[in-house]
Design a protein around this ligand. Structure first.
Ligand code: MF3
Ligand code: CO
Length: 265
């Protein structure tokens, strides 16, 4: 006799053991430390290369390896994306930061073969209220996505929660935000980018199920204008097509029976 194929997929986002989650949290802690160091160095006149050097030093002194360096030929340990740059900006000694600049820094590290990946957005000095709102909305949407990391939810329940977080922020701030099209979060573990791709918007109730131990990198990218982007001649830097400013926040997050566990703290 043969069994009928399942009509509905019970596929799951792969589960890590509690010990593996602790190993990922060790990598995540190094990423968080690198980002804290970058933030502490964020004053007018520093360059994005200074950030890269600071992050790389923190990672290596902790016994880690910067996961971005050499990734598909990427030349640095962080991505630094200023103003209309969305993600994947390459640090440069010539890029000196000025008051009011809106900076997103993304960083990844490997410890004992396990990856952590996180990003923050901050200002150089104080930001104008619009840019402050953009960063706050992006963080709020990430937190909404994190809250959906519970057993029994499906992949696009997280996507939908991120989108709902953006809509809630729009009501708070009384303005629209663009959800960057074509980019999203991802599975992560012994590699930085693993299946599944996590959209930052969409209908709930689709895709693989979350189980205790499932891990996703949750990373909304929002703009003050368009959802469209283009890539600069350096073949990395993603910029908004209308020149509007963008923000990016990211955490690596595990599903547990006790609720979401942020691994990049
Ligand atoms: N960390 C990015 C992400 O969040 C990927 C950066 S890859 C690099 O998925 F090569 F650009 F560094
Ligand atoms: Co990521």
């Amino acid at each position: 006799m043969v069994s009928l194929p399942r009509l509905r997929s019970r596929k799951t986002v792969p589960a890590r053991t509690p010990g593996e989650l602790d190993a990922m949290a060790a990598a995540g802690a190094v990423v968080a430390a690198a980002l804290r160091t970058v933030r502490a160095a964020a004053v007018a006149g520093v360059s994005t290369k200074d950030f890269d050097d600071a992050a790389e030093t923190v990672i290596r002194e902790a016994g880690g390896v910067p996961s971005f360096l050499g990734y598909h030929g990427y030349p640095a340990s962080i991505c630094s994306s200023v103003n209309d740059r969305v993600v994947h900006g390459i640090p440069s000694a010539d890029e000196k930061l000025a008051p009011g600049d809106l900076v997103s820094v993304d960083c990844g590290a490997i410890i004992d073969g396990w990856h952590g990946d996180a990003a923050v957005t901050f200002g150089i000095g104080s930001l104008i209220p619009m840019d402050e709102a953009l960063s706050a909305a992006t963080k709020q949407s990430m937190e909404a996505g994190i809250a959906a990391m519970i057993p029994g939810n499906r992949l696009t329940d997280v996507s939908h929660a991120i989108e709902q977080g953006v809509r809630a922020a729009e009501r708070t701030h009384g303005r629209r935000f663009g959800i960057v099209a074509g980019y999203g979060g991802h599975g992560i573990g012994r590699q930085m980018h693993m299946d599944p791709f996590l959209p930052n918007e969409g209908q709930p109730g689709r895709g693989p199920f979350l189980v205790a131990g499932s891990v996703l990198a949750i990373e909304p990218m929002l703009t003050l204008g368009t959802t469209k982007t283009r890539i600069l001649a350096d073949e990395w830097t993603v910029v908004t097509s209308d020149g509007s400013r963008a923000a990016h926040w990211e955490h690596t997050v595990a599903v547990t029976e006790d609720g979401p566990r942020i691994l990049t703290l």
